[in-house]
Design a binder for this molecule. Structure first.
Ligand SMILES: C[S@@+](CC[C@H](N)C(=O)[O-])C[C@H]1O[C@@H](n2cnc3c(N)ncnc32)[C@H](O)[C@@H]1O
Length: 379
């Protein structure tokens, strides 16, 4: 029996800044005993809860099911312990595998080397038992294994998501600085947007915030386009239960009116990619997108505004956008009365130049950048 089968305990990998909202999200799917940890959250839950989380979470990157833990103070010990595991119960010769490792405060200090040792142990065991071995595919393997060594204790887990859930598969075309899907989803969650008024993104780029708003409000599961999950490879995978979970969730999708979610961008290429990306999930094209310079928009009144303005670091190094942010602040003040704006600042220094006092601001990292999300009530 593997560890997760005895404890029903899993580890959800999630960005540190959004652990609080992840806790609420996990509870809504029926998870219990939630414990925040470094770069993630532990929880317990039934198989049904595990399937629901993988299908419906908009915040979590991966859910790991721990298989086995052991003392691991040397490479030799890692190899020998890993070699003893009955990998044949989990992996077949025809499967492809990938191994991701992380190490902290341990004698083994190189994660890539640790991953290689584990791979060698698995492959050698298969070769010695059968004369054949599974192959490695780091891009789209059948089975993703995760090795975490902390304080010389190794935990090997199976990634039940089967690759990061932030990849929703709707991004067919991109722009210069697209937002990570889980970050966009957290902005929509934090905004508390409940569909009681329309939502608008005047700097929509490739449309990530629009897509995440659509998934949220229509209750479309973020992993709707995913064709395979890692949990399907667990020895106790219950296909009937999984079909039921998926069927019930898909039955709950609620359509919205055309134009209720809308956006625009000054760039023709951005609009083209946003239209393409949105149409992947919004087949009826209810999301409206047009090409217009934000400052030429007549007004955006009584709406929830979300946007992610340009920020020098990822676009052009050391570009000073103070003038742009000042103009953005003036636009919000003069043309957006009755709206609430959630602006994501990739570079927090521009919070000072926008000339508006936020009613809320919070750190929200974006791929290592120290970003901020700020809320502005516009009267
Ligand atoms: C950081 S990107 C937004 C990325 C977007 N959230 C995504 O996920 O793809 C900023 C966008 O603002 C647009 N932009 C910059 N200045 C603008 C303006 N004055 N009016 C409208 N769009 C503008 C750019 O074309 C760019 O697509």
């Amino acid at each position: 029996m593997y560890e997760y089968q005895e404890s029903n305990r899993y580890f959800a990998q999630v960005a540190d800044d959004i652990k609080d909202i992840t806790e609420a999200e996990l509870k809504s799917f029926g998870a219990e005993n939630i414990e925040k940890a470094y770069k993630g959250v532990f929880f317990t839950g039934s198989q049904e809860v595990l399937y629901k989380i993988n299908l419906q979470s908009c915040l979590i990157n991966r859910v790991l099911a721990p298989l086995i833990s052991f003392n691991c103070s040397s490479e030799d010990q890692l190899y020998k312990s890993a070699y003893q595991i009955n990998w044949e119960n989990l992996i077949s010769i025809d499967n492809t595998i990938a191994i991701y490792a992380s190490v902290s405060q341990s004698n083994i200090t190189h994660s890539k080397f640790a991953a290689l040792k584990l791979k060698d142990a698995i492959v050698d065991r298969f070769r010695n038992l059968t004369g054949e071995r599974p192959s490695v595919d780091t891009r789209d393997p059948d089975i993703w294994l995760n090795l975490h060594i902390d304080n010389n204790i190794a935990v090997i887990s199976l990634d039940t998501s089967g690759g990061s859930l932030h990849r929703r598969s709707y991004r067919k075309e991109s722009v210069a600085a697209p937002m990570v899907e889980t970050l966009a989803a957290s902005i929509i969650k934090i905004s508390g947007w409940d569909g009681s008024r329309p939502l608008y993104d005047p700097l929509c780029g490739s449309g990530t915030l629009l897509c995440e708003a659509y998934l949220h409000i229509t209750k479309t599961p973020p992993a709707i386009l995913r064709t395979k999950f890692g949990f399907e490879k667990l020895p106790d995978f219950n296909e009937t239960l999984w079909r039921k979970v998926r069927h019930d969730v898909l039955n709950n999708i609620t359509p919205i009116e055309k134009g209720f979610i809308a956006g625009s961008d000054a760039s023709q290429d951005a609009v083209k990619s946003a239209l393409k990306n949105c149409s992947v999930i919004d087949e009826k094209n209810t999301i409206e997108i047009k090409q217009i310079n934000m400052f030429d928009i007549h007004e955006i009144k009584n709406k929830t505004i979300v946007c992610n303005p340009p920020y020098g670091i990822r676009l052009k190094k050391n570009e000073d956008l103070s003038g742009f942010y000042k103009q953005l602040g003036d636009f919000l003040k003069q043309k957006c009365s009755g709206s609430t704006a959630y602006i994501y600042f990739g570079d927090r220094m521009y919070l000072k130049t926008i000339g508006l006092r936020p009613s809320m601001k919070m750190p929200l990292a974006n791929g290592g950048l120290d970003g901020r999300l700020a809320r502005f009530e516009l009267y």
